[in-house]
Design a protein around this ligand. Structure first.
Ligand code: 2BA
Length: 104
């Protein structure tokens, strides 16, 4: 079994959760904060059998959009004086091995 962790924009999270449910996948959403922009994002946890990983990544890709986002002043201190934007997303995805999975 694998655990997929996907960091997505909060505006994409609801559509992604629905897409996962429609695809037959269970998921859990955590409210998280990006360390660079210090703004809220959502981390979605999906436990799946290994052969389903690509299908899940396909659903994540379908529902995750990239956006230009301004770097806040607190972060931009060490950036050039002119306004700075970065491209955020689609999604940042980690796939890790699950040693044991149980529901009790
Ligand atoms: P943030 O850390 O708030 O980063 C938001 C965006 O800022 C990033 O988009 C990237 O375009 C830019 N960025 C991040 N660190 C930077 C730096 N040191 N210098 C210049 N620009 C930088 P994404 O790459 O799409 O990442 C979106 C969110 O995914 C991140 O939000 C963070 O919450 C998560 N993430 C990305 N890579 C990660 C990693 N290696 N480990 C853990 N979380 C990660």
């Amino acid at each position: 079994m694998k655990l997929i962790l996907a960091v997505v924009h909060h505006d994409d999270a609801t559509g992604l959760a629905r897409g996962l449910t429609q695809g037959g996948f269970s998921s859990t959403q955590l409210a998280t904060t990006g360390g660079f922009l210090l703004s809220g994002n959502v981390t979605i946890l999906i436990g799946v059998d290994e052969e389903k990983v690509q299908a899940v990544i396909g659903i994540i890709r379908e529902h995750s959009h990239s956006r230009r986002q301004a770097v806040p002043a607190a972060v931009a201190d060490w950036y050039p004086a002119w306004p700075v934007e970065v491209t955020v997303g689609g999604a940042t995805i980690f796939v890790v091995d699950v040693e044991r999975f149980e529901r009790v």
